[in-house]
Design a protein around this ligand. Structure first.
Ligand SMILES: NC(=O)c1ccc[n+]([C@@H]2O[C@H](COP(=O)([O-])OP(=O)(O)OC[C@H]3O[C@@H](n4cnc5c(N)ncnc54)[C@H](O)[C@@H]3O)[C@@H](O)[C@H]2O)c1
Ligand SMILES: O=C(O)[C@H](O)COP(=O)(O)O
Length: 389
């Protein structure tokens, strides 16, 4: 029986994929084999030795101590692209809310004097509307920072609306580059992107390289009337700089999914309660993908969409499976194979992959591995987390 501890509201569509006769899934499991979560912060928590994997139902993994997990041999998964459409739609909503002044216009209507006679009421409506005259998206320029799953979706939707799109992503993967329309122009740096855009949207992960990526220095180069959209993480945009450029009139609107006390109460700021991935469809997609990845790992040792371990898939053979992780240094695999050879154990199939400082091997052997064999592999220097499937 595998036990999975959950945090946050995870879609039942995903949780129901775990067969109840072989999985115990609950929010109160004390010593789980794996953890499944959304934005719950794990940074202050320690993980019992039994924990083998953590699955983030979503994209951002800044709530998980990845380095600590890697040291403990815990495989961390996320679900790339599973909520990208939901975020794209909210970015479009944010652009429309800003360009047509929708939040202030809607608030104006909610506060109209209901006691007025119908003619006076209508006069107020018609008279008031000139305060909210907006502009159209077609023909405007959108800057997209980070052209991964969400950024590419947003870029393509903006092109379809007749906008020009400029992208900035110096670490774009080859796969992501293949998916991107050739109509997306490339900016070499942030100041040049900011200088020519009417809207700028950020879609990069929160990490040490992206803290305050939009800041006082580069926002000084921005075109007047700029709308900035932040559906990535609060830390990516320097709030003090946003506030001062709002006060200078350079920034027309700041739309953020990450509210803070400093941003509240300003007409030019539209705040949402981290709603980007909160659609039924995205929650289902993320939970299903996370559940499938966890099951394939816990049952077969295969790894797909991990942020700290190599991708690896070995189809099951008739044999018995052993998988182990080790420091990515010479001679570990040959030592393991020598142990098998000394014990007269025949290897049917094998796959070894590495990623940075971690190596991971799946071995299918002819006979059921004994405790002595597992102990012998565990005793080899640099090997950690040996599992039998
Ligand atoms: N608001 C929400 O609810 C919500 C939902 C999903 C994702 N997110 C956030 O959005 C982020 C992006 O999600 P995604 O699914 O597009 O991820 P992704 O991994 O598909 O794309 C991220 C892109 O950022 C690029 N990048 C990384 N560092 C960069 C840098 N320093 N400069 C420029 N580009 C850089 C990468 O090359 C990649 O193309 C997530 O990490 C998460 O924090 C928020
Ligand atoms: O990184 C993500 O996928 C989003 O921020 C979604 O977070 P949530 O699952 O807590 O809504």
């Amino acid at each position: 029986m595998h036990s999975i501890r959950t945090y946050n509201a995870i879609s039942p569509t995903g949780l129901s994929l775990f067969p109840s006769d072989s999985y115990h899934v609950d929010s109160v499991v004390g010593e789980p084999d794996a953890i499944m979560l959304r934005s719950h912060n794990l940074h202050q928590e320690s993980f019992p030795d039994k924990v083998k994997a953590i699955a983030r139902c979503g994209a951002g993994v800044n709530n998980i101590p990845i380095e600590q997990c890697t040291e403990q041999g815990i495989v961390v998964f996320n679900t790339p692209g599973a909520n990208a459409n939901a975020v794209k739609e909210l970015v479009l909503a944010g652009m429309l809310m800003s360009s047509r002044n929708l939040s202030t216009a809607a608030e104006f209507c909610q506060n109209l004097d209901q006691s007025l006679a119908i003619e006076d009421f209508n006069k107020l409506v018609e008279g008031g509307k000139k305060r909210f005259v907006g502009s159209e998206l077609t023909g405007k320029t959108l800057g997209v920072i980070g052209l991964g799953a969400i950024g590419a979706n947003v870029a393509h939707a903006a092109l379809a609306l007749g906008m020009k799109v400029v992208g900035y992503d110096p670490v774009l993967s080859v796969d992501a580059a293949w998916r991107l329309s050739s109509e997306v122009e490339r900016a070499d740096n942030l100041p040049s992107l900011l200088a020519r855009c009417d809207f700028v949207t950020v879609h990069v992960p929160a990490n040490e390289y992206t803290v305050n990526m939009l800041n006082a220095e580069n926002l000084e180069q921005a075109k007047r009337g700029l709308v900035i959209l932040n559906f990535a993480r609060g830390t990516i945009v320097e709030e003090n700089a946003i506030v001062s450029e709002i006060e200078s009139g350079r920034i027309h609107r700041y739309v953020s999914d990450f509210p803070s006390a400093q941003l509240m109460g300003r007409e030019q700021v539209i705040l949402l309660p981290h709603l980007g991935a909160s659609t039924g469809e995205a929650e289902d997609n993320c939970a299903q993908m996370a559940a499938r990845q966890l099951m394939d790992f816990l049952e077969n040792g295969n790894i797909k969409n991990s942020v700290n371990f190599p991708e690896i898939h070995l189809s099951r053979t008739e044999g018995h499976r052993i998988a182990f992780a080790n420091d990515n240094v010479p001679k570990v695999l040959s030592t393991v194979l020598a142990v098998l050879s000394d014990m007269d154990i025949n290897v049917i199939d094998m796959l070894n992959k590495s990623r940075g400082e971690i190596a991971y091997t799946i071995l299918d052997v002819e006979h059921l591995p004994t405790d002595d064999l597992i102990q012998a592999i565990e005793n080899i220097e640099h090997v950690f987390h040996v599992n039998v499937f």
